[in-house]
Ligand binder design. Structure first.
Ligand code: ADP
Length: 268
């Protein structure tokens, strides 16, 4: 779709959220091929003069892969421990792949409180701007090992939306394991239709049917629609793409990829 491709072309500051299912390989390991390809695409965007902040899920999966245990994965402290282990693995992979292009990465781990306290928010904002000015790619994730339910943002779609508005980005891209938002769950119904353009994310609620989220996912499609509402309110568009597809961002920019574009038009 031309509008989708033009939106990416026109955007200089882009937040890209990478979902757990995009990074999850078989048997609880991180899919390095996919990660490597996404890093290559981000580097391509940087080469075009764009600035990118990544919001990356996948620490839990990397933790499972690292210590090779599934058994107690539903216990909260065990989950937090897995994320603490996996976060290191995840950052090592980013460091290695971006290193191939001579690009540095920086880790920022956040909780809900960081967006509530103006002092902390300002500090994060300054750190982000400084990193970007220095040509470093910030990789943001929720600080899972200190976040219990009460203080959790809870899903990285929301975290990415908060980051997008804080940085005043031009575009937020969400990479998931489906081509976009459908009128019903594409994994459950083969005749589900892709919705390529959404004028007002709010109107989707009630008009589409929402199925199960995938095995590693936390928010499902609901939090992606809410994230679109959140950024669209500030006039920032959001695009949902299938991050498991090779070169999806660059292909979409060339008008070859499919996805859902949530227009960021402010109603006046
Ligand atoms: P991620 O890890 O990328 O955040 P989630 O599992 O949280 O992914 O959310 C994406 C999943 O939402 C898809 O895999 C899809 O099966 C499911 N889903 C349910 N209903 C819909 C719908 N109407 N349109 C698109 N996806 C849907």
């Amino acid at each position: 779709m031309k509008q989708l491709s033009q939106t990416i072309k026109d955007s200089k500051k882009i937040v890209i959220k990478i979902g757990s299912n995009v990074l999850a390989g078989r048997s609880g390991s991180v899919n390095k091929k996919v990660l490597h390809n996404i890093v290559g695409q981000v580097n391509g965007l940087i080469g075009m003069g764009k600035q990118v902040i990544l919001v990356s899920s996948g620490a839990g999966i990397c933790g499972v892969g690292a210590i090779n245990k599934w058994s107690r994965r539903n216990d909260i402290n065990y989950k937090q421990a897995l994320c603490a282990i996996g976060q290191v693995e995840l950052m090592m992979a980013y460091k290695e792949y971006f290193g191939d292009y001579g690009v540095h990465v920086a880790q920022i781990l956040l909780t809900r409180d960081d967006f509530k306290d103006p002092h902390r928010t300002l500090n994060i904002r300054n750190a982000m701007f400084t990193l970007i000015d220095e040509g470093v790619v910030p990789v943001i994730n929720e600080n899972d090992s200190v976040s219990v339910d009460e203080i959790k943002i809870g899903d990285n779609d929301t975290l990415a939306a908060l980051t997008t508005t804080l940085w005043n980005a031009d575009l937020m891209i969400v990479l998931s394991d489906i081509d976009g938002v459908y009128d019903k769950d594409p994994k459950a119904s083969q005749d589900a239709k892709l919705i390529e353009l959404v004028d007002n994310a709010h109107t989707l609620e009630g008009s589409i049917s929402i199925g199960e989220k995938s095995s590693f996912g936390t928010g499902g499609i609901e939090t992606k629609i809410e994230a679109a509402e959140r950024v669209n309110k500030f006039g920032i568009p959001m695009i949902l793409l299938n991050g498991t597809k090779e070169n999806i961002i660059t292909e979409s920019m060339e008008g070859k990829g499919k996805g859902t574009l949530f227009l960021g038009t402010i109603e006046r």
